[in-house]
Design a binder for this molecule. Structure first.
Ligand code: BGP
Length: 480
């Protein structure tokens, strides 16, 4: 069979600092916004706490202790044959409060070491600069991204990273899943803002539209500014945006359903994609803001910054698809990022997420048709209840099925002319779930012995999918 994947295709995996590093106050790190978010595993509602309370469980404080195990973990990734490893840098390790003038050397050293380890195995790093966290102090003082001041602190942080890693990193992502700020449910995860205008903590689903889109605008400007800055430090740097691709089908061919799906796709995906990639707000967004009475304060130079700071590639996460319908009586289903209407043609995961590999190919087409720049599948994965057998094995054949079916569709998309840089599986090693704070929602090829209450030896075990993914990489996607 002809090999569809290009020779330099980046096979690998992706993680995020606050879900796995732990060591939350070690070596001078400051508290991050995620360090104030409790686990939801027990009550299904994540909660943002003003202070770190002793009797509350905060999953990010220990994570899976990647901070002390990175060598062992990267060695396992290398054993699978990873070509790329996506990880995020915790801003509060570099600038503990965000407002210091000089960075925390010990924090930088940790990432120096991670990069050194990757280099040893010839694994290309893909660095997420902001993955759903900011220094807590900065957020408390300025209300995070709601305030324009945060842009300058972010630029200062990026300048340190770009200069330090000028020769070690080529691929960067500015903000993880930036378009989640268009939703109620996850808006707080980016540390966008945690307090309302009266200083009271804002819980998920309570963020007023004006604040949310203002924060989003500041992230757009910050991203564009650092894209420009990056190129002055190393013109060979490649900068990408990152969208949580919300793949939404009309439930029926009723013209009203078609129109609704179109609007949902525009607002949830293309508003952010267009600003990052085309460099300006699309006309539908301006009209949407008018209709909703959303007024965004923009600086006179913002338009120019956005135009000049467009990205080189479009990274995205894809987990599932969902349907939309104008009929209020259709059965609803809870999704990853947004809930919607159940699709009768696809199965669901243990967590009720709809499994739709063709949706990934459809997504690749949609993004490439619209933007014509290289695409990076920065996240795709299956969260499941894995069972550790007495002999230490984990038979996650369902994960292999998920992988196989998605990789097949990527191959087809490549054969249909789409330029795809690589595929970094979400969570190659088990870690804390972002959405629920659970440990038992596992994505890894590597099992980590830790439970929802934070107990367990943290020992690593290889799952069945470990060997399977290794073979896929060794055959460059041919042996599936
Ligand atoms: C994405 C996030 C990740 C991640 C993943 C899986 O939205 O970028 O950080 O965790 O979803 O979600 P969850 O952990 O909630 O299962």
């Amino acid at each position: 069979m002809e090999n569809l994947f290009p020779k330099d295709f980046f096979w690998g995996g992706a993680i995020a600092a606050n879900q796995c590093e732990g060591a939350y106050l070690e070596d001078g790190k400051g508290e991050s916004t995620q360090d104030h978010v409790s686990a939801a595993a027990f009550n299904k509602t994540r909660k943002v706490y003003e202070s770190i309370e002793k009797d509350v469980y905060f999953p990010s404080h220990v994570g899976i202790d990647f901070y002390h195990n990175y060598k062992e973990d990267i060695k396992l990734f290398a054993e699978m044959g990873f070509k790329m490893f996506r990880f995020s840098i915790a801003w509060s390790r570099i600038f503990p409060t965000g407002v210091e003038d000089t960075p925390n050397e010990a924090g930088l050293e940790f990432y120096d070491n991670v990069l050194k380890e990757l280099k040893k195995y010839n694994i290309e790093p893909l660095v997420t600069i902001s993955h759903y966290e900011s220094p807590f102090y900065l957020t408390r003082k300025y209300n995070g991204w709601y305030s324009r001041e945060t842009i300058d602190h972010f630029v200062k942080y990026c300048e340190v990273l770009f200069k330090r890693y000028k020769n070690d990193v080529t691929y960067w992502i500015t903000f993880n899943e930036i378009n989640c700020l268009t939703l109620d449910i996850k808006a707080f995860q980016g540390g966008a803002l945690l307090y309302d205008e009266n200083g009271a903590p804002v819980q998920p689903k309570q963020i007023p539209d004006n604040m949310r889109y203002q924060a989003l605008h500041h992230q757009f400007v910050a991203s564009a500014e650092v894209v420009k800055l990056a190129k002055t430090i190393n013109p060979d740097f490649k900068l990408g945006c990152m969208l949580a691709y919300m793949c939404q089908y009309p439930l029926t061919c009723r013209p009203e359903d078609m129109m609704l799906a179109n609007e949902a796709m525009q607002l949830r995906n293309y508003l952010c994609g267009d600003v990052h990639i085309r460099g300006y707000y699309p006309s539908f967004a301006k009209k949407y803001f008018e209709r909703q009475n959303i007024s965004i304060k923009m600086d006179s130079k913002d338009e120019k910054i956005l135009r000049e700071g467009t990205v080189d590639f479009c990274a995205f996460s894809y987990y599932q698809s969902i349907c939309v319908s104008t009929n209020p009586n259709e059965e609803r289903i809870q999704g990853n990022i947004l809930d919607g209407i159940k699709n009768p043609y696809v199965k669901v995961s243990d967590w009720g997420w709809q499994i739709d590999p063709i949706g990934l190919r459809w997504t690749l087409h949609q993004l490439y048709d619209r933007y014509q720049i290289p695409l990076m599948i920065a996240e795709n994965g299956l969260g499941a209840n894995d069972i550790l057998e007495e002999n230490g094995s984990i038979n996650d054949t369902y994960r292999i099925d998920y992988l196989r079916s998605h990789i097949k569709e990527i191959g087809k998309a490549i054969s249909e002319g789409i330029e795809i840089m690589g595929y970094t599986w979400w969570g190659p090693i088990d870690m804390v779930s972002l959405g629920t704070g659970e440990m038992k929602k596992r994505y890894g090829f590597i099992y980590v012995d830790r439970d929802n209450e934070g107990k367990g030896s943290l020992k690593r075990y290889k799952k069945k999918s470990f060997e399977w993914y290794k073979k896929v990489i060794a055959s460059n996607g041919n042996n599936i």
